[in-house]
Design a protein around this ligand. Structure first.
Ligand code: HAM
Length: 442
């Protein structure tokens, strides 16, 4: 490979569509991850992790044509293996479950916060790398699994402080859609997938273009699909469908889910027959969560039931329900509603400095003791003016300040200044940690 021109300076920009997290952004990111983790743990979900790299075969023909053919980062490694940077976590978690299928005790509840890579056109709410909370419950065939997973999603929104009026949970059933596409429209295999993918893209297409594409795929049966998709509500939608057991079972399932969620006070749930979810592996109820503010038109969560994904590993099926929730979209929402916490964690509790370089040893020793007692300490090694040191501490939002001079060093009596109130407290060295911890409420 040619080496690049040594005179040409490198750009400080990140690769297109990915983000750098400077500390202030990292603090926000950690806040989001913190809410995700704590809420999942309250529901008894255990954390797992896996590598970013997966064999490319894991995704082929099993997930989504759009993602596999147009959006994956796939390369050949030095051993001629085809490798993909994971575009989603679901095939990975299915692989993990399949690998221990015989020794796990079901139901299994797992969560993870992987970074995922999709070669998308970068735009608001869509990047080429994002972090995504994945929560999945394995081993429950009944609708209690959907109830739990959706109430976990709802709880996350509640903990972030988003009010019910501002977001909506949309649900649909893949079984109903499969019946429509297979039995009523007479499509199977690749043709069925094409119809499903077209419905999935509907909201992103011009009405005329969509209708034309429907006509190309379905001919004179296009009217039926358009009538169904254009139905104003659940009742109207159902009225256009035959009275078949397969359908009535699915409707009953949706109704049970709605009632169970309502009983938990989760009422911002709506039926949406246009909701497809782009992945082939869903087998039952699917759902997405949307912010109602038009500034954020993209889904915050997407998930559903996928009972057959373990087939690809040749092991016995495990009924599964789960979702993914991205960091990009929720951050946009938290900013839209001004919900990001005002006091994100600062770098340290105490700014410790000496009047003179000679006392660096003493200051380091004091800092070490304080750190071992659980106080976060920054040491300023400079010989600058006191005013500058206080300003530095203030700028970094460090709440307490100590300056070591001759008197402090020899007497061991130390003045601790609260920078917000200006109040000074004189303390013996070994009382500082306790004092600070109490003042900080730790
Ligand atoms: P998904 O709908 O592709 O589902 O993604 C879930 C969420 O991840 C989206 O609603 C969005 O918040 C976020 N997201 C997806 N792509 C991007 C992107 N390019 N940039 C920023 N955020 C993005 C899945 O991935 C399924 N595997 C989820 C799942 C888990 N289903 C069952 N278990």
């Amino acid at each position: 490979m040619m080496s690049s021109d040594p005179k040409k300076k490198l750009s400080t920009e990140s690769y297109k569509g990915v983000r750098d997290f400077y500390p202030a952004d990292c603090a926000i990111e950690q806040y989001i991850f913190g809410v995700w983790k704590e809420t999942c743990k309250k529901f008894g979900y255990e954390e797992y992790m896996a590598s970013i790299l997966e064999p490319a075969d894991l995704y082929r023909g099993k997930t989504s044509d759009e993602i596999v053919n147009e959006q994956t980062y796939t390369f050949t490694d030095r051993g001629e293996r085809e490798v993909t940077l994971r575009p989603e976590m679901t095939p990975t978690v299915a692989r993990l479950i399949a690998g221990k299928r015989k020794t796990l005790y079901f139901p299994v509840r797992w969560f993870s916060i992987p970074n995922l890579f999709r070669y998308e056109r970068p735009q608001r709410g869509r990047l080429r790398e994002h972090f995504q909370l994945n929560a999945d419950i394995f081993g429950l065939p009944g609708v209690e699994a959907e109830t739990e997973i959706i109430s976990l999603a709802y709880e996350i929104m509640r903990v972030f402080g988003v009010t019910d009026a501002n977001f909506e949970i949309r649900i649909n059933s893949r079984k109903v859609m499969n019946y429509i596409i297979g039995t009523l429209l007479g499509k199977s295999g690749d043709d069925a997938r094409k119809v499903a993918q077209l419905i999935d893209r509907r909201s992103k297409m011009e009405k005329e273009v969509f209708e034309k594409s429907v006509n190309e795929l379905l001919g004179e049966k296009d009217a039926l699909l358009l009538t169904l998709l254009n139905s104003k509500n659940f009742e109207e939608f159902v009225s256009h469908l035959p009275e078949e057991k397969e359908l009535s079972d699915s409707f009953a399932e949706l109704k049970t889910l709605l009632e169970a969620l309502n009983a938990l006070g989760i009422v911002n749930v709506v039926f949406d027959q246009t909701l497809m979810r782009g992945f082939d592996y869903y087998t039952g109820i699917v759902f997405e969560v949307f912010d109602k503010n038009p500034a954020n038109p993209r889904a915050l969560f997407g998930g559903g039931r996928y009972d057959d994904l373990l087939d690809m590993f040749g092991v016995e099926k495990v009924p599964t329900v789960g979702f993914g929730m991205g960091d990009v979209t929720i951050r946009d929402v938290l900013e839209t509603y001004d919900l990001l916490p005002k006091n994100l964690p600062t770098s340290a509790d105490l700014y410790l400095s000496a009047m003179n370089k000679e006392w660096t040893g003493y200051v380091n020793d004091l800092a070490q003791n304080l750190r071992r007692s659980g106080v976060r300490v920054i040491v300023d090694y400079s010989e600058g003016k006191v005013g500058t040191k206080v300003k530095n501490a203030d700028r970094a939002k460090i709440p307490f300040f100590v300056l070591i001079g001759e008197v402090e060093k020899t007497s061991g009596q130390i003045k601790v200044k609260n920078l917000a109130t200006g109040k000074e407290t004189v303390l013996a060295e070994d009382k500082i940690a306790e004092f600070l911890k109490q003042a900080l409420g730790n």
